[in-house]
Design a protein around this ligand. Structure first.
Ligand code: ADP
Ligand code: MG
Length: 248
């Protein structure tokens, strides 16, 4: 279980995360939903050690996540919006090299793991190609495979649909849902209401660095009227964000 407790972060004196608390169990998905600028990426970046929080705690399975561990990729995997693949490495090496660098498994074993994952993600025939030759959807699947190879407990997605054709939203949702079925702790930061509606999750609606509503997606869809803020956002009427009228 991941327990985030009272996480706070300011940038240049401006509060970006204002005492965020949430728990995520293995096998479940937390969707951080909200328009741009509310702090979704910052929260994921803190989990990935790309930012340091000002205060608050992050516990995993009853132990504090040690923020000083430089390579957290075995605990937390991240699938970035722009995928952040290693463009100068082949598809296969994008998985093999991080494995070899951060574990002491043999090259043969790393190759085996990479091939199984490429097979699973429909990329087996691309093993020797370079990322530049992949479609957006394929790049994302490679980014997922690369994260999964390191067997993290937690996998984070930052705006997983924003660089892709909207027609792929169902596929993206299916890939994310599958990770939950495999018992990962999954966090998804998104402003994409369509994606949010495709995931079986707990939805955390964020506004100005705070979680203003949280609801299990099943409960939400059986009784939308009980959750007016989430309903309004998903209906596309989110307004007054950071003082602007910002629909997304
Ligand atoms: P979201 O992902 O919800 O769009 P972010 O977490 O990216 O929001 O950003 C929240 C706020 O923090 C924004 O106002 C953004 O400009 C600011 N911010 C994010 N990262 C930094 C940074 N490294 N330095 C200064 N301000 C930042
Ligand atoms: Mg963001």
């Amino acid at each position: 279980m991941l327990k985030i407790n009272k996480l706070c972060k300011k940038f240049n004196g401006k509060i970006v995360l204002d005492s965020i608390s949430l728990n995520v169990k293995p096998g479940t998905i937390a969707v951080l939903l909200g328009p741009s600028g509310v702090g979704k990426s910052t929260l994921l970046r803190i989990l990935n050690n790309l930012e340091i929080p000002d205060s608050g705690t992050i516990m995993l399975d009853g132990q504090a996540l040690d923020l000083k561990i430089v390579n957290r990729s075995h605990i937390v995997g991240m699938v970035f919006q722009q995928f952040n693949l290693f463009e100068n490495l082949t598809v296969e090496d994008n998985i093999i090299l991080p494995l070899e660098k951060t574990t002491n498994i043999s090259h043969e074993e790393a190759v085996k793991i990479a091939r199984l994952l490429l097979e699973h993600y429909g990329l087996a025939d691309k093993a020797s190609s370079y990322p530049a030759s992949l479609s957006g959807g394929q790049k994302q699947r490679l980014a997922i495979a690369r994260a999964v190879a390191l067997k993290p407990k937690i996998i984070c997605f930052d705006e997983p649909t924003s660089a892709l054709d909207p027609l792929l939203t169902n596929h993206v949702a299916a890939s994310i849902q599958e990770l939950a079925h495999k018992q990962f702790i999954v966090l998804v930061a998104t402003h994409d209401t369509t994606l949010a509606q495709r995931l079986q999750s707990t939805i955390y609606l964020m506004k100005s660095g705070s979680i203003i509503a949280s609801v299990d997606s099943k409960d939400f869809y059986t009784n939308r009227a009980n959750y007016p803020e989430v309903d309004q956002f998903l209906a596309g009427f989110a307004q007054e964000v950071d003082g602007k009228n910002n629909l997304r």
